[in-house]
Design a protein around this ligand. Structure first.
Ligand SMILES: NC(=O)c1ccc[n+]([C@@H]2O[C@H](COP(=O)([O-])OP(=O)(O)OC[C@H]3O[C@@H](n4cnc5c(N)ncnc54)[C@H](O)[C@@H]3O)[C@@H](O)[C@H]2O)c1
Length: 473
């Protein structure tokens, strides 16, 4: 059955049919819903989920620039589908990371690089594509150079550190007519893809407003934005980009309309010196008297709960003593710091209100204070209401008053197991590999223009947070 026919059979292809102004009978007839209040219809689970297997014209070669967490994540696709992707080069300023990833993919000695500048030093193109997975302040230079040399680029978010640099990358991609896939991984997750199908079906009518919450689980916040690499907005990007560019992007992508204005606020509420309990030492490993009562303790988070271990180069050895030794090793000991004694400046809660073309409003909240992550989204439409938490969403149709649910557990879809961000990580690589192999930009979820547009929303939000004024886009 054709995909469109299939969606139609689930009542998913209504176009504008269910919107206000269309005869109600037409909208109602198009919906296949069970009768009776209170019943739960799970037919949204039948929305097709595309597997990770690619459809390629030929194998694509890629150089991984930055062999850290993300570089390793994306290169896993080459292990799963070697006929589609081959890692032919690796670059990292840490030689052990270059070696480890190179050995895994059998990379030739001459294609093992240190600094990314070594990749481009010959002035020749050495592979079909590069994946830029370096820290935020090292995206712009390698991306500009890669495009100039004719590479297609898988580019980690945030695209760059300033609005000007983002626009320069956009211009460079157009000038050299190259494919750039920005790693807005949520767009590729089955959950958000299904949500978008439902919105497009028209069952919600016109969308008047969206409420979107990004709870950054408390330990994740402590790890990444208090102790870790993204703790300072001046060294990376403001948290609205470093963390929440995914959320601004998903709002823009779900609504499929440009944002016209944004107003934002937020601050560093908790993770600062004045909140340190008396006698707390600079590092949790220095015998903190509060350890047993502190949920942010590095010893608890890393050695006991074993969360966020990707930064420690453990390669599978998760013995608590081994992790503790890493926390005391100067290369990793910044992760042992007391959360009240770091040099962090990122807000730990952030709100932004947006107005989109056509009058739809969206309000966004990011907060560090939550027991679990998983974006919560409420979409309030003229004909229906949708509420979801990234594992499940429910739609209430005002005509039928019967809830209809999507709750496919991505972990239960074998191919998606281990693909982070609700499965989006590897689905993004699949689409990128296909786009490069067929030289077809349309295989990506959007043009680079739209990806950059959602970054511009982030820069505008931060401007508003700082100057207290609504920003027009
Ligand atoms: N798309 C997402 O959902 C997502 C999630 C997490 C991180 N990120 C982004 O991905 C990027 C990488 O994050 P990460 O968690 O993998 O960080 P990481 O620190 O684990 O990895 C970055 C790697 O780049 C290397 N590096 C630094 N300078 C280099 C240079 N000049 N040349 C070559 N290599 C260099 C580092 O040594 C490190 O191994 C960041 O921009 C981050 O914001 C995106």
């Amino acid at each position: 059955m054709e995909r469109r026919d299939f969606l139609k059979s689930c009542g998913l292809v209504l176009g504008a049919g269910a919107a206000m102004g269309t005869p109600l009978s037409a909208a109602a007839e198009s919906l296949i819903l069970p009768s009776g209040d209170g019943e739960v219809d799970k037919s949204y689970n039948d929305i097709p989920v595309r597997g990770l297997k690619p459809d390629v014209a030929h194998q694509v070669s890629v150089i991984i620039i930055g062999a850290g967490n993300r570089g390793r994540t994306y290169s896993r696709y080459a292990e799963l589908y070697p006929e589609a992707l081959k890692v032919t080069g690796v670059s990292d300023i840490l030689p052990d990371r270059t070696e480890w990833l190179s050995n895994k993919h059998d990379v030739a000695p001459e294609m093992r690089f240190g600094h990314f500048r070594e990749v481009f030093a010959s002035g020749k193109k050495l592979a079909d594509a590069v994946a830029i997975c370096t820290p935020d302040d090292r995206h712009f230079e390698p991306c500009m150079k890669a495009l100039e040399l004719g590479y297609d680029v898988l580019l980690e978010k945030p695209v760059a550190q300033t609005e000007k640099q983002c626009k320069a990358i956009l211009a460079q991609a157009k000038k050299y007519n190259r494919i750039v896939a920005v790693c807005h991984v949520l767009r590729y997750s089955p959950y958000f893809l299904a949500m978008r199908e439902v919105i497009r079906s028209g069952v919600l009518g016109e969308i008047a407003c969206i409420q979107h919450l990004e709870p950054v689980q408390y330990a994740h916040m402590a790890h990444s934005y208090v102790r870790g690499s993204w703790r300072r907005s001046d060294e990376t990007t403001p948290i609205i980009l470093a963390k929440s560019c995914h959320d601004l992007d998903i709002l823009r992508w779900l609504l499929d309309k440009p944002c016209e204005s944004i107003v934002a606020d937020g601050n560093l509420f908790f993770f600062k010196k004045e909140n340190a309990p008396e006698g707390a030492p600079a590092k949790c490993t220095d015998g903190c008297p509060h350890e047993a009562r502190c949920p942010y303790s590095a010893i608890t988070i890393y050695t006991k709960l074993k969360q966020h271990l990707g930064v420690f180069d453990l390669h599978g050895d998760k013995d608590p003593e081994h992790i503790l030794a890493r926390l005391k090793d100067p290369r990793y000991s910044s992760y042992a710091r007391c959360v009240f004694h770091c040099d962090n400046n990122q807000p730990d809660h952030y709100v932004a209100d947006m107005l989109f073309e056509g009058g739809t409003s969206a309000s966004f909240t990011m907060s560090a204070f939550s027991h679990k992550g998983g974006r919560r989204t409420r979409i309030l439409g003229t004909m229906g209401y949708l509420e979801g938490d990234m594992s499940k969403f429910t739609v209430w149709d005002y005509l039928t008053r019967t809830p209809k649910v999507w709750d496919r557990r991505v972990a239960d879809i074998p191919e998606y197991r281990g693909s982070g961000h609700g499965g989006g990580d590897l689905a993004l690589v699949r689409d990128f590999v296909e786009a490069v192999s067929w030289q077809d930009k349309d295989r990506l979820s959007s043009t680079i223009d739209v990806s950059i547009e959602s970054h511009l929303m982030g820069f505008a939000a931060e401007k508003s947070r700082r100057n207290g004024k609504k920003q027009k886009l």
